[in-house]
Ligand binder design. Structure first.
Ligand SMILES: [Mg+2]
Length: 198
């Protein structure tokens, strides 16, 4: 079976409705990654193609839309929480201007080698989201990410795991995700077609 048809079949079986939550990684999903560096100011934050439109579509499908992002640039002392909050205010307001919605952004400032509960692949940021939004059910949640840590985070929590990008390039094995798409935009396009046809 053709891959795109396979993806649609898998997503159809999830039976997504408007009680579901969408979790998204930030760098490489919402905005362009800076390889080997961090987004340290608003000027460096560039939405990936189709992302703003995708948030507008996701707004109609999901009850909650949550960003979970590792930002160890803070732990390294390369940037401060204040600049990160400015970047997130910018992101949230641009999404809103384009008829989308981000309900909340959770970030982890801890270093990769800390193995901190609040840093993906550990589940702390998702647990925090359920404290703020008690109706969230992980088995009725989709996690979109571009790295193995995102997919492990989804797997541990029992979320549906959507990989975006090139799994081979990011060294992510196929067992770690349910479906792979080139981008957030491509996934939302398929999902929207399925939901509309229900
Ligand atoms: Mg990422």
């Amino acid at each position: 079976m053709e891959q795109s048809k396979k993806n649609i079949d898998i997503i159809q079986q999830w039976d997504i409705n408007n009680t579901w939550a969408l979790f998204l990684d930030r760098d490489g999903v919402v905005n362009r990654r800076r390889i080997g560096s961090y987004i340290m100011m608003v000027d460096e934050f560039e939405f990936l193609p189709g992302v703003l439109q995708s948030f507008a579509t996701a707004d109609k499908i999901f009850s909650k839309i949550i960003i979970v992002t590792n930002q160890q640039g803070i732990g390294k002392g390369l940037m401060d929480e204040n600049s990160l909050n400015q970047i997130h205010d910018f992101m949230i307001s641009k999404v809103k201007e384009n008829h989308g919605r981000i309900d909340k952004v959770y970030f982890s400032p801890y270093l990769a080698n800390s193995n901190h509960l609040m840093r993906k692949p550990n589940t702390g940021m998702a647990i925090a989201a359920t404290k703020d939004f008690p109706k969230i059910r992980f088995k009725h949640s989709v996690m979109i990410g571009d790295s193995a840590t995102d997919m492990e985070f989804a797997r541990t929590l029992g979320m549906k795991a959507v990989f975006v990008g090139m799994p081979e390039e990011m060294d992510v094995s196929k067992e770690l995700f349910d479906v792979a798409y080139p981008s957030f935009f491509d996934f939302i396009k398929d999902l929207n077609a399925i939901v509309v046809n229900l």
